[in-house]
Ligand binder design. Structure first.
Ligand code: HEM
Length: 500
């Protein structure tokens, strides 16, 4: 009775606002109760934005702390999304194998900024078909074959002289070199470091790498992203511009290829292979492959294939200068197994356990993709005793797995020896070292990345002693989060030629 009087007496605007507020609060309470009943335990948040205002640190650290309070699998509301976060190996290994968790969110990674998706953001059959085709094309143009190793070695030959000297900004030098390798597969060519096209593409990717996070605001509040980006709010505008500029550069290459494209010639790169498949399918009335996806796939491949490997190599440099004794240990394996007259090849790794252990430890402690890429439950599922209802977002907090005390004693300590067995004669990679994620939707470039990491590190140490004047052990593991988790204080480096 009191409520009715109230609505009649106040002016219509206040009635609407009051009604809307009741609606929002009611909805919020219903969703919270729903979450309590159906989802794992977790913290409460505010209506509309959920827990987002409480995330004041790097998100993977916040998740790790919440897991200590609510348990290794917990839920929270991020924007409009119910989200489950998995922070221990016992449950993650079950999640990796669960076909219900292969999907990505309904909106793409740049929701509110661009509308088109690459296959990395797709779910169901379109993802499966694109992933299968992408693997097939890349294999056809040398991925995973001996040509891949030759191509990497050729690029390293071009790269090595560029770092000789003092006060080298390693990250600046390594990025164009690593991205040249993925360029060979995508564009059928590598580039001179002075090529203006390539400089521009690397720069756009670098900008994106610095400002974009997979778990940023756009992932959870696309409508707000849309509004903020319309008003050109700082980071979002930069992200949008960097994606559009990279897409335009990639489009130039696709247009160039279209001029010389012939459906009957042997394919030379990813663009070529995609165009041929697109034409074949079009003839059968199947339009699942199109130009927009091709453009986005190429841009995303270029980014995924460069940023992660370059960042991991930056972490290796970081630990090599902080622990010069590990440089010597790797070099003694180089002396014994390869010597200084021939180039390393990937099979050498089988006789270089310490080098491999060093790389594994860098990948563990670096955890460059700290919270994986977002997944979504495509149907109701269960992970252990935890229920994950359809359409819940799922985050695999890889950083937590790589810091799990019972798997990695003293996890903050950088110690390659934890990967050595049989008195240090063998390197062992445990299944819970998962920098590339795992299961049917693992990193598509894992094979390429592993060869790159090994050949770059061994080639650099075969030629140079690495030093830095500015070493502060307290800053060694500090990081900054963008697309990848990067070292925050990688000092300028000196690469001094070894005398043999
Ligand atoms: C050290 C280097 C790398 C790391 C740590 C890394 C890590 C990852 C991770 C964690 C994922 C998410 C998988 C998931 O959703 O569970 C991923 C996906 C992906 N990565 Fe990598 N990656 C690396 C290098 C590369 C390279 C060199 C390429 C290029 C060929 C690449 C291409 C991709 C693609 C295409 C996906 C999406 C797969 C899909 O959605 O089906 N990555 N990567």
């Amino acid at each position: 009775m009191f409520l009715l009087d109230y609505f009649e007496l106040t002016n219509p605007l206040i009635s609407i606002i009051t009604g809307l507020s009741f609606f929002v609060i009611f909805n919020y309470l219903v969703s919270q109760v729903n979450r309590l009943v159906r989802l794992p335990n977790g913290p409460w948040g505010y209506p509309i934005v959920g827990y987002l205002p409480f995330i004041k640190d790097d998100i993977y650290l916040v998740f790790d702390r919440l897991a200590k309070k609510y348990g290794p699998v917990f839920s929270l509301k991020l924007g409009k999304h119910d989200t489950v976060v998995i922070c221990d190996w016992e449950h993650l290994k079950v999640a990796f194998a669960d076909e219900a968790l292969l999907a990505r969110p309904h909106e793409n990674f740049y929701a509110g900024l661009i509308d088109e998706s690459s296959f990395i953001e797709m779910s169901g059959d379109p993802w499966r078909e694109h992933r299968r085709l992408s693997i097939q094309i890349l294999r056809d143009v040398g991925f995973g074959k001996s040509t891949m190793e030759t191509l990497i070695t050729r690029e390293i030959d071009q790269f090595l002289p560029t770092i000789e000297g003092e006060k080298i900004d390693f990250t600046k030098k390594i990025t164009p070199s690593v991205s040249n390798i993925i360029s060979c597969f995508l564009f059928g060519q590598n580039f001179e470091y002075s090529d203006p096209y390539k400089i521009e593409l690397d720069e756009q990717m670098e900008k994106l790498g610095q400002v974009f996070e997979f778990t940023g605001i756009q992932a959870f509040l696309p409508w707000l992203t849309r509004i903020l980006s319309y008003f050109k709010v700082a980071n979002l505008e930069q992200i949008k511009r960097a994606i559009n500029d990279s897409d335009n550069l990639v489009q130039e290459k696709i247009d160039e290829r279209m001029k010389s494209y012939s459906p009957s010639t042997e394919i030379v790169d990813y663009i070529d292979g995609y165009l041929q498949e697109k034409e074949k399918r079009k003839a059968k009335g199947d339009h699942i492959f199109n130009f927009k996806i091709l453009k986005r796939n190429v841009t995303e491949f270029f980014g995924a294939g460069s940023e992660t490997v370059a960042t991991t190599l930056s972490w290796t440099m970081n630990y090599l200068v902080h622990f010069p004794e590990y440089q010597e240990k790797i070099r003694s394996e180089i002396s014994e197994i390869i010597g200084y007259d021939r180039k390393p090849n990937y099979t050498d790794r089988n006789q270089m356990p310490f080098t491999m252990a060093f790389l594994y430890e860098t990948q563990r402690i670096g955890s460059v993709i700290a919270s994986n890429l977002l997944r979504r439950a495509s149907r109701d599922t269960k992970i252990g005793q935890y229920t994950i209802p359809k359409d819940t977002l799922v985050i695999f907090n890889l950083w937590s797995i790589h810091r799990e005390e019972k798997l990695w004693p003293d996890p903050e300590r950088f110690d390659p020896n934890r990967f050595l067995t049989d008195n240090g004669t063998k390197a062992f990679k445990p299944p819970y070292l998962v920098p590339f994620s795992s299961g049917k939707r693992n990193c598509l470039g894992e094979g390429l990345a592993n060869v790159e990491l090994f050949l770059y590190i061994v080639s650099i140490l075969q030629r140079y002693r690495i030093k830095s004047e500015k070493i502060d052990h307290n800053l060694c593991s500090q990081s900054v989060l963008g697309v990848a988790r990067r070292p925050k204080y990688l000092p300028k480096l000196t690469f001094k030629r070894l005398q043999h």
